[in-house]
Write a protein that binds this ligand. Structure first.
Ligand SMILES: CCCCCCCCCC/C=C\CCCCCC(=O)SCCNC(=O)CCNC(=O)[C@H](O)C(C)(C)COP(=O)(O)OP(=O)(O)OC[C@H]1O[C@@H](n2cnc3c(N)ncnc32)[C@H](O)[C@@H]1OP(=O)(O)O
Ligand code: FAD
Length: 647
């Protein structure tokens, strides 16, 4: 019934203060109040309706996205929200909170602006950022090409310096050098940060960033030498098709020399290449920034799916009725708990590790300003590894949440198919997850190889300093509750990661050609990298479910024995029983509105069946009793068959 809270009985079981947990989840009382305010404004604004997307064609869907983005920007200005978040939060988050679907603004604020902030000189920032902040220009991040995405050093677009005119000539020498994928590029962006090979006097200086205008600010038509468009439909129906991922080729397009981003390297008027003594990898800085953002984003996406699946699992009853009594809530089945509660824990774990990663990124950014590059490798390894770990777990977790909701999870009105389709490219964009884990593995193998030189490992690899101890380690767990001690869990995860990494390093040393060895052992190296990244994220419930899932590693590396593994599993079941009364309250703490969740199964009031039934009739197929095509194609067939039968 309308207005009745069908989940009140669940909410009354909570053993903690949900309002306090809402502040913890939001990060601060101010952020909670602001995000609560925005989410309610969005839910009450008809421009931001989401329930019509599945029925729109691509052009209507895209036009509707532009309308939402424009309205969102107007509302951010009207409400003077600009700048209200912490200084680190770009406008993107405010717009993203309003628009809540992939849109060109993600890349304008999430990559174009950070690229200029991170790689532009002070003068270039003073010129371009005010235009970008006021959205007088709209930018994108054009790095990936048809032929290369992971291998940035393999990019083919060229930027050739012309000393006669003090310009760079941007050119696409081959079909595979076509820029391909950049979000916002296909139909909207007026400018791009383009990554191209810097060529001076025939010498190739590698990949650098250049600001290039793509379209006229008067009539939005492509400028001379620019061929540009959308790359076509992507996975899912609405999903990422609200974004104009584009294709772009250059035919000898000229830009002024001062549009090469020159914080890291410079080209003088005479055509001299100057590389200040900073790591060339700073040109990758924007990717590092977005990877750490993607970790926080993973906790948001996973928590949305977990919220839906948890509330629905508390509403859904199946089997177990005695003497005509109520059937069992599926959330009470241990199998449902063993699939759902680790995801609930993961959402919180990723939320907190995302906060830690933001601290690490902020710290490394401050150090870079002081020319201190000492933590750059750690920042690269952590952002790459945690982006990979959290996006893989989240994509798999959203799909698991769909399955946890049975048949109704497969309905668009559950919100889960769309959430999955929008989310899964996160395992690919900003770095393919395997490629990134191999970067982590390089960092780990290098750390182990330097131990003998007295190089003390720091940061997230500090545990490697206790290698001798970890290689001798065997857990002294005697009873299930021993697994509740954080240090007991941590030591097991440290020992597992250390042993897997050392095993790889020892096997690598058997190869005369290290690169050949690295390729041959890549699968093992990826597993060692995952073990290291999981160590970073580890928290109690999350940790024990991981330990159970990867029990083979822990036993094969000798960290624990089968008996201790079964004690961990016993403790896990005990934890599930402790989580059970708090499950609905833990997802209420995310403070998501029904509008934001976009899910009938995840409704706050749990009033699922009447709303599912009501929603079904809205489908356009139900506009007519006899569907179009029936009389044309099927009825003649039926009648013919009937006639044949009477003969
Ligand atoms: C809404 C607001 C927006 C905010 C974001 C919100 C997020 C959530 C929503 C997201 C919305 C939209 C996002 C979609 C955006 C998607 C955009 C893109 O996809 S942009 C393109 C992304 N492309 C990539 O990630 C390419 C991946 N490849 C690479 O990074 C590199 O090619 C490589 C690292 C794999 C290899 O680089 P290479 O130069 O060949 O280096 P080596 O492997 O040889 O290593 C040499 C040396 O350098 C170190 N290194 C490498 N990378 C870095 C780095 N980034 N920082 C620091 N150091 C680095 C490496 O460790 C080696 O060190 P050694 O000491 O020599 O071992
Ligand atoms: C939705 C979406 C949005 C995007 N937005 C942008 C954007 O705004 N700007 C932009 O510049 N780009 C963007 N991209 C492109 C994205 O960054 C690349 O697709 C991504 O970096 C992966 O590169 P790739 O496509 O070349 O994959 P590939 O590297 O070709 O991957 C193919 C397979 O090869 C494997 N592989 C590759 N190299 C190795 C190796 N050395 N060892 C082992 N295995 C390997 C991978 O693991 C994978 O299984 C976007 C992509 C998507 C899907």
């Amino acid at each position: 019934m309308e207005g009745v809270d069908h989940l009140a009985f669940e909410r009354n079981k909570a053993q903690f203060d949900v309002d306090e947990m809402k502040i913890v989840w939001a990060g601060s009382r101010e952020d909670f109040e602001l995000s609560d305010r925005i989410s309610r404004l969005v839910a009450s604004d008809p421009v931001f309706r989401k329930d019509d997307r599945a029925a729109l064609g691509r052009k209507e869907l895209f036009k509707n996205t532009l309308r939402k983005a424009a309205h969102a920007w107007k509302r951010v200005i009207e409400l003077r929200l600009s700048g209200e978040f912490s200084a680190l939060e770009p406008e993107a988050y405010k717009l993203r909170a309003f628009v809540d679907q992939p849109a060109f603004t993600d890349l304008h604020w999430g990559m174009f602006v950070p690229a200029i902030q991170g790689q532009g000189t002070d003068e270039q920032q003073q010129k371009w950022l005010p235009l970008a902040y006021r959205m007088q220009i709209i930018g994108c991040y054009a790095q990936t090409e048809l032929g290369h995405g992971s291998n940035v050093q393999g990019l083919e677009t060229t930027a050739t310096f012309d000393p006669k005119t003090d310009e760079f000539v941007i050119h696409s020498p081959t079909l595979t050098s076509s820029k391909w994928w950049p979000g916002g590029l296909g139909k909207v962006s007026t400018h791009a940060v383009v990554y191209a090979r810097l060529i001076i006097d025939g010498q190739d200086y590698g990949v650098h960033g250049f600001i290039v205008q793509l379209r006229s600010l008067d009539d939005h038509l492509p400028l001379p030498g620019i061929t540009i468009g959308d790359i076509g439909m992507k996975f899912g129906n609405a999903a990422y098709n609200t974004m104009d991922n584009g294709v772009l080729t250059f035919d000898h397009v000229r830009i002024p020399r001062n549009q090469m981003l020159m914080r890291v390297s410079q080209v003088t008027r005479e055509g001299k290449y100057v590389h200040s003594n900073v790591p060339r990898q700073l040109v990758y800085g924007t990717m590092v920034y977005v990877r750490q953002k993607i970790v926080a984003d993973a906790s948001v996406a996973l928590s949305r799916a977990v919220c839906i699946a948890t509330r629905y699992s508390a509403v859904r009853r199946q089997f177990g009725s005695h003497n005509g009594g109520l059937e069992t809530q599926v959330i009470d089945y241990k199998t449902q708990q063993s699939r759902l509660f680790p995801l609930l824990a993961s959402a919180y774990a990723f939320r907190f590790v995302g906060e830690w990663l933001l601290w690490l990124y902020t710290d490394v950014t401050e150090r870079l300003k002081a020319k201190d590059f000492s933590t750059l490798p750690e920042a690269h390894a952590c952002t790459a590894g945690l982006k990979s770990l959290t996006t893989t777990a989240t994509a798999d977790g959203i799909e698991e949440c769909r399955k946890l909701c049975g048949g109704h999870g497969y309905l668009c009105s559950s919100g889960l198919p769309e959430l999955f389709a929008v989310y899964v490219p996160a395992c690919t964009y900003e770095g393919d997850n395997i490629v990134l884990l191999l970067q982590v593995a390089r960092h780990l193998v290098k750390t182990v190889s330097q131990l003998s030189t007295g190089n003390k490992p720091v940061g997230t690899t500090a545990y490697m300093a206790r290698l001798e101890q970890l290689l001798q380690y065997h857990s002294d767990v005697k009873k299930a509750e021993d697994w509740l001690k954080p240090n007991v869990v941590l030591e097991a995860f440290e020992a597992r990661a250390a042993r897997m990494c050392v095993a790889c390093a020892q096997n690598l040393s058997k190869f005369s050609n290290p690169e050949e060895g690295f390729q041959e052992l890549a699968a093992d190296l990826v597993e060692a990298a995952v073990a290291h990244c999981q160590l970073i994220v580890v928290s109690n419930v999350y940790a024990l479910s991981l330990l159970h899932k990867h029990l083979g590693d822990f036993i094969s590396t000798g960290c624990i024995d089968p008996k201790q593994g079964s004690l961990a599993n016993e403790q896990l079941r005990n934890l599930y029983s402790q989580v059970r009364p708090n499950a609905v309250a833990l997802v209420d703490a995310y403070n998501y509105t029904d509008h934001y969740l976009g899910s009938i199964l995840g409704r706050y009031d749990g009033n699922v069946y009447p709303k599912l039934y009501e929603e079904a009739w809205k489908d356009p197929l139900n506009d007519s009793i006899v569907p179009d095509g029936f009389k044309e194609y099927i009825q003649p067939l039926l009648k013919q068959q009937l006639r044949n039968a009477r003969l």
